[in-house]
Design a protein around this ligand. Structure first.
Ligand SMILES: [Fe+2]
Ligand SMILES: [Fe+2]
Length: 223
């Protein structure tokens, strides 16, 4: 829920900085979907009577573009694993069909978000004057460094503020669901699901490829 809350404010803040009406409306839709995801999750938690720690504030980022880039690239990482994990959850038969149906469009919307994001990034880079491109590339590199650092913290069970959290979604989620699925099979499933979820869109659009490429590389070292 916190991830969706933060994504929503970051996308909305960036949308406000954009003057092109078509791009602005696409961003507003994206931010609106994140806000809705948070509501859907809150209803799930409520229905199962799961107590949550109180929600933090979601302050708008000081640099709207930084917030948008962090959200975009972190969704590229998280959605890739969520695709596989969701397929695993569906196959396990552990969850009621209605619950799977409720979250199916949420997962596909995340797929659309990363598709939109990588195409926005390519378009934005292309339209920057040449002398601003190195600075943008440096900013993107800083975003990746931040995301890797953040995920090391998550893997150790500590969030960005140094608070212990149970947010290691991919690891704990897959352990809870499929002790029969090896890491290699899990990567294969993520790759196949990524392919399937990205298949239906206009062929001229770029596909998010950084995380799938890294996964294919990692796969070579996993038995
Ligand atoms: Fe979302
Ligand atoms: Fe999203």
């Amino acid at each position: 829920m916190q991830t969706e809350g933060r994504a929503s404010i970051r996308v909305k803040t960036f949308a406000e900085s954009v003057s092109d009406p078509l791009l602005r409306s696409a961003l507003d839709m994206d931010g609106g979907e994140e806000a809705r995801h948070k509501v859907v999750l809150s209803k799930l938690v409520e229905a199962y009577g799961i107590p949550l720690s109180p929600e933090p504030d979601y302050p708008p980022p000081d640099d709207p573009e930084w917030g948008w880039l962090v959200t975009g690239y972190s969704e590229c990482i998280d959605s890739f694993f969520a695709f596989g994990l969701f397929a695993m959850a569906r196959r396990s038969g552990y969850f009621p069909a209605e619950l799977v149906e409720t979250f199916e469009p949420v997962i596909q919307e995340e797929g659309r978000h990363i598709l939109f994001f990588v195409n926005w990034a390519a378009w934005y880079r292309r339209n920057l004057p040449w002398w601003r491109r190195p600075l943008f590339a440096f900013k993107v590199a800083r975003v990746w460094a931040f995301l890797i650092w953040e995920r090391i913290g998550i893997a150790r069970g500590i969030d960005a503020d140094g608070v212990a959290q149970d947010a290691n979604f991919t690891m704990n989620g897959s352990e809870a669901l499929g002790d029969s699925l090896s890491p290699g099979a899990m990567i294969d499933l993520c790759l196949a699901e990524n392919e399937r979820r990205m298949a239906g869109y206009d062929e001229r659009l770029l596909r998010p490829d950084t995380v799938p490429r890294l996964a294919r590389l990692a796969r070579r070292f996993v038995k």
